[in-house]
Write a protein that binds this ligand. Sequence first.
Ligand code: CTP
Length: 427
Amino acid sequence: MSDMAGPSSRRPSSSPAPGTVVLGVAGGIAAYKAAELLRRFTEAGHDVTVVPTPSALKFVGAATWAALSGKPVHTQVWESVHEVPHVRLGQSADLVIVAPATADLLARAAQGRADDLLTNVLLTARCPVVLAPAMHTEMWDHAATQANVATLRARGVLVIEPAVGRLTGVDSGAGRLPDPDEIFATCQDVLARGVAEPDLAGHTVVVSAGGTREPLDPVRFLGNRSSGRQGIALARAAVARGAEVTLVAANVALPDPAGVKVVRVETTEELRDAVVSAAGSADAVVMAAAPADFRPLSTTDTKIKKAGDGTAPTLELTQTPDILAEISADRLRPGQVVVGFAAETGDDSASVLDLGRAKLARKGCDLLVVNDVRGGAVFGADDNQAVILGADGSRVDVPRGPTSALAHDVWDEVVRRLEAAPPTRSD
Ligand code: CTP
């Protein structure tokens, strides 16, 4: 990809160096899932101190936390007083994550109380603080809880939206602790950036991911090889930076990122409807999906059979809507930043960058992330290399690195534009 290396090449970013992590555990049934989260942190080499609340120990005992972390476990400031743990733990942490954060913990944190070791740690931490709430839907929806969440977010705390799904007992709804692997991935993103203030806080963004499928008959479709990894990385990075995120996922087989509202679609038409509907209240729209450009003009209710004479059917195709061009032209919210992706293969007449610049102008978006996909590069890969072209003439070269690094470089460019010209809100 020699034509994409440029003088403005920037730092490679990757997984965070092992750091000092405080894992707070509040008294909810999801406390058992924090044991899995703890394991993920220690396996990644982080130094983890577990600080449960007294009621958390009713769900999972101190022996579990001590054995898994290899450290003594305290709930109060009155233990190991000579080490002043209520100050030292918060001061020396690179990250404080509380999972699960109960309604009571959110209330105490919002009030700035210091009535156990965990709330003391929250008051002394100067590093990023991530809270992963889990509770019954009624408690999450309650005005008091929502006010506490708003207070904490306004102070720079990253409060991850709970997942929707099965809760304790027979109930289901919003309030489920996201998958521990996904909470861990978000925390790794936060640690890798090493920035305490979430710079997308208060912003709503839409990301599309995956590849569409255009049905031909009940068993066949026209599709493509997009895995959705880059879109997932973008959604996760936006959550880690404090945004409210909707992910429109076309046939993505990967787990839902923590804190993201996921809308599942199959065809380009469905993708268009979901993106347009979410874009109305979005400050940024990132089209990382690979929508099919064509679909079969007609589909059949019955499976197309082989002809006895050996002839093959002829497919008649029709164009699908160009979502990126539509979103860019309509700007459903003035000042909205629109980002496209372009997978290109250059040739003798035009380089990948020439094609990228032409596409940027044609689509009318603000930023275009250009990948060179000669030889099938990018599809399904865990790392990526790209150039981010701006309609204002800017160019950022992103060296080969994890999809999360490219995701943050994209959001850096989006944030720059949102700060220069904040979107107008009519709601
Ligand atoms: N895109 C879109 N709607 C489509 C096709 C593409 O919104 N029907 C978006 C993609 O999500 C991506 C960008 O447009 O962000 C560029 O996709 P690409 O396939 O490279 O663009 P095409 O318009 O299909 O151009 P080409 O003729 O080069 O395939």
